[in-house]
Write a protein that binds this ligand. Structure first.
Ligand SMILES: Nc1ncnc2c1ncn2[C@@H]1O[C@H](COP(=O)(O)OP(=O)(O)OP(=O)(O)O)[C@@H](O)[C@H]1O
Ligand SMILES: [Mg+2]
Length: 410
């Protein structure tokens, strides 16, 4: 399975030009398994996370619906103010092949009618067996037309081996179309990987609804089907079902037992037995934090978890003492030998950051031009040293050892 090494984002809202992790071939430090963004309000943390949601939506629904999603408001509001250039993402992926990351470049602009379209799209990789040297294109599309090289290894100058392609719909990503063809295993791998990203837009009220009963394998973005996923585990994987419930009952005081049942009108009911009460409660009566912990437990205890999970401010609505526990659970998840996950979070909580290391945290701040800058906390002066002396990272942040906002340009 692929893994994210780094990303450069250009002209996406306040991210005029921001890079994190490895964004050069052959140099730069790859992103860790847990990536955390901190920084003042309005600095660009949610935007960074939504960049991944946007790429996933472009692949799933096409570029125009992705731009027009209610929280994005169309391509003109998405493009960095004052910029005429396309929105651009350059993503470095590890492809289980040491020294040969795959580089995916995607550029989105508007056509003559102002409708968002894919302007350029390419994939590059170093040739098999070459320890150095530049990567070669194995997909190169401009305005929906160009070349693609089939198979695992070829690309670049071997023009004879390339096939000409022309996409019918410029709103669709080439990796979506070509990634469905078995001749292109590298593109298929990348398509599948991005399709498996999970970007959480958890809404407690969605988890309070009573959806139709029926087992579902994957949690949806808003968490509205958390009961259906539990029903899947209850039926298909009782051992993991118990593990999920154990996590929740251990975290939320008073909850003794959770059961999944079906009402007479075939709706799904989550029954919570609480200490001190004779009758159980159902999901409609449960607190925001309880439902949130339940959704995270479903995500984290999954035996075949998503390879990449993005979560906004996971601490919201959680009791202070639970925040560090949750952060530790995230860290543990990313360290799993079998099926590890890469987790990206934004946070305002020093307690959450206390559980992290300086190379897992990026400080996002606005420069004097209004655009975002990203700085890894490990690269700030003295921070790594003070952590080595035993001072928790969140305390350092809280006591302004990460500098003040006005220093973003340095
Ligand atoms: N098209 C654009 N061009 C430049 N900047 C933009 C554009 N659209 C939004 N912004 C800026 O991005 C900011 C929003 O950033 P974002 O929501 O990512 O902040 P955040 O770090 O998540 O803040 P919070 O901590 O409050 O959640 C806006 O306040 C605005 O300054
Ligand atoms: Mg935000």
């Amino acid at each position: 399975m692929a893994r994210l090494l780094g990303i450069r984002i250009k002209n996406f809202r306040s991210l005029k030009d921001v890079a994190i992790g490895q964004v050069k071939y052959g140099s730069g430090e790859a992103l860790p398994s847990l990536i955390c963004f901190i920084g003042p309000n309005g600095s660009g943390k949610s935007t960074l996370l939504d960049a991944f949601g946007f790429i996933a939506d472009c692949l799933k629904d096409g570029v125009e619906p992705a731009c027009d999603a209610p929280h994005r408001g169309g391509i003109d509001r998405l493009r960095s103010q004052g910029s005429e250039e396309p929105i651009e993402f350059e993503i470095f992926f590890d492809s289980d092949d040491e020294g040969r990351p795959i580089v995916y470049n995607l550029q989105i602009g508007s056509d003559e009618k102002g409708i968002p379209v894919v302007v350029k799209e390419s994939l590059r990789q170093r040739r098999k067996g070459e320890a150095g040297g530049k990567p070669y294109y194995f997909l190169s599309l401009k305005n929906g037309a160009g070349k693609v090289w089939a198979g695992q290894h070829v690309g670049g100058r071997d023009s004879k081996l390339a096939s000409r392609v022309k996409l019918d719909d410029r709103s669709r990503l080439g990796i979506g179309t070509l990634g469905n063809l078995s001749d292109h295993p590298r593109i298929t791998m990348l398509r599948r990987y991005i399709e498996e990203w999970y970007l959480s837009y958890f809404v407690p009220d969605a988890a309070r609804e009573r959806p139709p009963a029926g087992a579902q394998r994957w949690l949806d973005r808003r968490g509205g089907n958390v009961g259906n996923v539990l029903q899947y585990f209850q039926r298909q994987d009782p051992e993991n079902f118990e593990a999920i419930l154990k996590r929740v009952t251990a975290s939320i005081p008073g909850i003794k037992k959770i059961t999944v049942t079906t009402s007479d009108d075939k709706r799904l009911l989550l029954k919570f037995d609480e200490r001190g009460y004779k009758d159980p409660f159902f999901q409609q009566s449960m607190s925001d934090g309880t439902l949130k912990m339940l959704a995270y437990s479903v995500l984290l205890a999954d035996p075949a978890p998503r390879p990449f999970i993005g979560i906004e401010e996971p601490e919201n609505g959680l009791y202070v003492q639970l925040i560090e526990v949750l952060a530790a659970q995230f860290v543990q998840q990313t360290r799993r030998k079998k099926a590890p996950t890469q987790i990206l979070v934004t946070t305002h909580s020093p307690y959450f950051v206390d559980a992290l290391k300086p190379d897992q945290v990026w400080l996002i701040r606005k420069g004097t031009d209004g655009f975002a800058r990203a700085k890894r906390v490990a690269d700030l002066p003295n921070v790594a040293e003070m952590v080595k002396q035993g001072i928790p990272l969140g305390s350092l942040w809280y006591s302004e050892h990460f500098g003040r906002e006005t220093e973003a340009d340095e």
